[in-house]
Design a protein around this ligand. Structure first.
Ligand code: LMR
Length: 328
């Protein structure tokens, strides 16, 4: 069974086969779609480093960034087929299989980092991770990438500015409803296609975190960025379930402890990277950054309001209630 791999055939790895038995070696292939210099990219690297250290090189985490193996339309299936053992998609990308997860896509509920931290560490998040069992995936934890902003080829401030804008969205019905309510034309596209779609003028705008807009150079085309903080973008860190079950207890403990050890660092790092990237963008002459004024924000909220009823009536009233309770 391909879980345990003989990595000693590779001369580039700094391990000595006399130190460890070949049979003990475990390789975890971890695929993700963003750049290395992002909150997810950095967390994956730190996690790999810790796991290798704690296991004295017995467990290797090989990272494949930038969607080089799978894009976000194919990585979930590849995980289920155990072609890769670990991924950390945005929770929006799980909503087709697990509609309840859309609760975290609801805009204008989580307002600040303190609240975000509470939610990511709270009991609703635990419940969501447990739901992954239903699709034979082992949910491990959540990683942070902070708040979404709006990046566009022309300014979007007033709610009317959304009219007829082709806005790229991640596949999630709630996100689709959000953009429809705002008057835009939502277009689902995988992250790996966004740059191409912008170049070819298939889309005019998107919502994303600053670190994603910066690291993928979307700002070279979407050079009007509105700091709206209207929604959150975080990651569910997960493993193929039968792979997880095949691991010995010691290895499972190493994985859990490594994730725990980086949890707070990861949260803060996401904030810092988004701040640093925003400062860099502010220095660029051709990039315009706008704060969303309170009056405009209220207009966006007013238009979006029916979305909470859509989630309550069509998805899961209880989950929305629990989310609001956690924020009280
Ligand atoms: C996106 O598709 O915009 C994001 O989910 C990418 C990511 O993984 O941060």
């Amino acid at each position: 069974f391909g879980y345990r791999q003989n990595i000693f055939s590779s001369t580039s790895l700094p391990y000595d086969d006399e130190q460890q038995g070949l049979d003990d070696q475990i390789t975890i292939h971890f695929s993700h779609v963003v750049a290395e210099n992002t909150p997810k990219g950095m967390a994956a690297e730190k996690f790999a480093q810790l796991v290798e250290e704690k296991s004295n090189g017995r467990v290797i985490v090989k990272i494949y960034p930038n969607g080089m193996l799978y894009n976000d339309e194919t990585e979930l299936e590849a995980l289920q087929a155990n072609e890769i053992q670990m991924i950390a998609p945005t929770f929006s990308k799980l909503t087709a299989s697990l509609p309840n997860w859309q609760v975290l896509d609801l805009p204008f509920i989580i307002d600040n980092n303190e609240q975000l931290k509470t939610v990511l560490n709270g009991s609703l998040s635990d419940k969501l991770l447990q739901e992954l069992d239903n699709i034979e995936i082992k949910g491990l934890t959540f990683w942070n990438n902070g708040f979404k902003q709006v990046a566009s080829t022309s300014p979007i401030l007033n709610v009317e500015d959304f009219n007829e804008k082709r806005v790229r969205m991640m596949p999630s019905n709630i996100l689709k409803q959000q953009f429809k309510l705002l008057g835009a034309d939502p277009i689902p596209t995988s992250f790996g296609n966004v740059y191409y779609d912008l170049q070819n003028k298939h889309i005019d705008a998107q919502e994303n975190t600053i670190s994603n807009i910066y690291s993928k150079r979307f700002y070279t085309m979407e050079n009007h960025i509105t700091l709206s903080n209207h929604g959150i973008l975080c990651y569910a860190v997960m493993m193929n379930e039968s792979f997880w079950n095949s691991l010995d207890e010691n290895t499972q403990t190493i994985i859990i402890e490594s994730l725990k050890e980086i949890q707070d660092w990861q949260f803060d790092q996401a904030q810092l990277m988004n701040e640093k990237d925003l400062n860099d963008l502010k220095q660029m002459n051709n990039v315009k950054i706008y704060e969303l004024q309170e009056s405009d924000r209220n207009q966006w909220k007013k238009k979006i309001k029916p979305i909470y009823e859509i989630y309550e009536n069509q998805v899961n009233k209880q989950y929305l209630h629990e989310l609001l309770q956690e924020l009280n």
